[in-house]
Design a protein around this ligand. Structure first.
Ligand code: AMP
Ligand code: MG
Length: 350
């Protein structure tokens, strides 16, 4: 299959036409990759079981890992969610359109192919104008996981999508690099206290402020095998580069010393080394390929560059990556959640 990549800019007539064409592909049961404010999504008609099935095929995604359904207006929620609690209305009021996904009891309109067999459905209204336009053009309900091969880092640019999906899907809409770079926060509002199943740009504190109460899914805590995470997708190794990724934690001076000594040893042993530092620390590393992930003064930059940097290291054929860690209260939680999974929980204390 030939994959067409079309550049889109929000205001241009040609972009409108491209989005209409992409909408027709979706309506006829095909797949289109498109930009959202979080990461690129791989879209299909969420109410068409065969179309949803194609997403699993193209990604190599385990069939029990449900898809998020994207809508473009509030009224459409009632068609797919059977019960919308008051707290969900408040959260939608505050954070939609935006990087928040909520889990509801599903209606009959949503096929089990879309929900991985679950009786609940994940729903998000993204804020990216091209995403909203495509959802409208595509019939109103687009199932879209991240547009990467299952297990790989999520795509934050159209060329990342092409790396994974070239020849497997008919169309990629290229809206340039995304703004946030990390997947949406997932909040389960289907039973009692709103529960964060996947951390993201919208933090626990932000959810609490709006919904009154909220908690983290106990299954999210690193590596505790006795409590499985509630979001099926969170149990798989994910976001991982081909290289071995190892996180180093501690005071910044100690971390830099530790990474230097680890990198030296690995280089001596003939391994090709990558280092993930920040604008502040990069000049202190002496071995391997050193990349800055952003500045600690603005964690949003770190989130935005994370997946791209992992993919760049893969492109350079690195064997092992040593990275600083970023476990601060804000978006740092989401960054660390993804990095820990990408590293298979390999953490060294410095
Ligand atoms: P992705 O679309 O690749 O960002 O992954 C979607 C995430 O949402 C996965 O971790 C899924 O397991 C999770 N998810 C989707 N639907 C549900 C649901 N009904 N209940 C719990 N988690 C869900
Ligand atoms: Mg994903």
């Amino acid at each position: 299959m030939e994959t067409v990549i079309i550049k889109i800019k929000n205001t241009e007539m040609e972009s409108q036409k491209a989005i209409q064409t992409a909408g027709e592909v979706i309506r006829s049961g095909g797949l289109v990759a498109f930009p959202t404010e979080t990461v690129y999504g791989l879209g299909a008609d969420a109410l068409n079981p065969q179309a949803a099935h194609k997403i699993y095929e193209a990604k190599g995604r385990p069939s029990d890992n449900p898809l998020i359904v994207h809508i473009s207006n509030w009224e459409d929620l009632g068609k797919i969610a059977a019960n919308v609690p008051e707290q969900a209305k408040k959260l939608a009021d505050k954070f939609w359109p935006g990087p928040l996904t909520m889990i509801f009891e599903k209606t009959k309109a949503v096929p089990f192919e879309t929900t991985g067999g679950l009786k609940t459905v994940a729903v998000r209204m993204p804020s990216h104008p091209a995403a909203l336009a495509l959802i409208k053009a595509g019939g109103g309900f687009i199932a879209a996981p991240s547009a990467n091969t299952s297990g790989k880092p999520s795509p934050t640019q159209a060329r990342h999508v092409a790396e994974d999906m070239q020849g497997k899907i008919p169309m990629i809409l290229d809206g340039g690099p995304v703004g946030i770079g990390i997947e949406s926060t997932i909040v389960d509002v289907s039973e009692g206290i709103p529960t964060i199943l996947r951390p993201g740009y919208i933090t626990l504190d932000m959810v609490r402020e709006t919904a009154g109460e909220a908690r983290m899914d106990p299954g999210l805590s690193a590596g505790d095998v006795n409590i499985p995470p509630k979001a099926p997708g969170m149990k798989y190794k994910h976001y991982a580069p081909d290289a071995d990724l190892i996180l180093v934690e501690g005071a910044s001076r100690n971390v830099q010393e530790k990474i230097n000594s680890l990198a030296k040893e690995a280089s001596k042993a003939g391994r090709s080394v990558g280092i993930i530092g920040t604008d502040e620390s990069c000049c202190n590393y002496q071995y391997g390929i050193v990349k800055s992930i952003g500045t600690r003064k603005d964690e949003d930059t770190i989130a935005r560059h994370l997946y791209g940097i992992l993919r760049e290291f893969d492109g350079q054929g690195v064997d092992v990556i040593y990275s600083e860690s970023f476990s601060t209260p804000g978006i740092g939680q989401a960054i660390m959640n993804r990095m820990l999974k990408a590293a298979g929980y390999q953490v060294i204390k410095a």
